[in-house]
Design a protein around this ligand. Structure first.
Ligand code: HEM
Length: 280
């Protein structure tokens, strides 16, 4: 939060005033907000450039098909798609890799009914969300895993032995990633707005419209949920430990969130973090 705009805590403290605070942030930005707006503008401009190139190449592709194979346009498209002839990829546009997320969205719009078709702004917003949600979180997890391995040489040695196949899978990469995410969740709290009165248990309720913060880091550091919670123990996740090392309540572990808005990229994130831990 040190480098965040001062408008962020204001939005959290006064959620009902969010539209006014946003207006102020836009019209009277402080330095972090100015940097944020400049970064968003850069992403927007780059996305629009890619989308424009995609549209141009789409037209070229249609012309190329009309004129037969082997045209300049056809060659250009093939090189964009990873080699002449497509090499298993379909040519979808200049500057955009055919296997990219944005290409998938652009391609998906083609056949969609008008009312279901994503607008340019929606495509850019989705791309931005995935970049923001997927990049920083995974990078922070890998940084934390590297730190934990550097400060726990025995675990690092066991993992290295497993990676080269000279030991079993006692301390697998996945468990290491799980324990890293327990100790250093990249998103340490989740936020929700109560759409109706919520029963919090113990006779307490949160009225409709409340702003609720679920402190994931506190939950995952709780001694009652994770014995020796301050210790780095990937083995706590082994089935052999029989749950003795936590969590006492499975919902006390939520680095990817919970419910309908849970992280959509958690499988990819687990895979990347696990493999990344081996490299670290
Ligand atoms: C270690 C890596 C990651 C962590 C710890 C993480 C964690 C989270 C958390 C806590 C949320 C909010 C869930 C909630 O409010 O209940 C979230 C949402 C989301 N994550 Fe991740 N994430 C990771 C990687 C990724 C990756 C790799 C992608 C995509 C490629 C991704 C895409 C998203 C998206 C799109 C959302 C918003 C979902 C929605 O609001 O419906 N995340 N993530």
């Amino acid at each position: 939060m040190d480098h965040a705009t001062r408008y962020l805590p204001l939005q959290l403290i006064f959620p009902a005033c969010r539209p006014a605070i946003r207006w102020l942030a836009q019209h009277f930005p402080d330095p972090p907000q100015t940097a944020n707006m400049a970064a968003r503008a850069a992403v927007n401009a780059a996305s629009r450039q890619l989308m424009e190139a995609w549209r141009r190449e789409g037209k070229a592709e249609a012309r190329g098909r009309g004129a037969g194979a082997g045209t300049d346009d056809g060659d250009k498209l093939a090189s964009v798609a990873g080699g002449k002839g497509g090499g298993g990829f379909r040519a979808v546009g200049g500057g955009l890799s055919s296997s990219s997320f944005m290409a998938a969205m652009m391609e998906g719009r083609r056949g969609a009914a008008r009312e279901e078709r994503m607008s340019d702004v929606e495509v850019i917003a989705q791309g931005f969300t995935f970049m923001l949600a997927g990049f920083e979180t995974t990078a922070n997890t890998l940084a934390a895993a590297a730190f934990l391995l550097a400060t726990h040489p025995q675990a690092a040695e066991r993992l290295a032995a497993e990676a080269v196949g000279v030991a079993g899978r006692e301390l697998s990469q996945e468990l290491l990633a799980e324990e890293t995410l327990r100790m250093y969740p990249p998103l340490p709290f989740l936020m929700r707005e109560a759409r109706e009165e919520v029963d919090l248990g113990g006779g307490r309720t949160a009225p409709k419209g409340s702003f609720l913060v679920l402190h994931v880091h506190a939950m995952q550091s709780s001694e009652s949920q994770f014995p020796h919670s301050e210790r780095f123990m990937p083995e706590r996740w082994l089935p052999e430990s029989g749950g003795a090392l936590g969590p006492a309540d499975p919902h006390a572990y939520a680095p990817f969130g919970v419910g309908a808005r849970m992280c959509v990229g958690y499988k990819l994130a687990n895979m990347v973090s696990g493999r990344g831990c081996v490299c670290a």
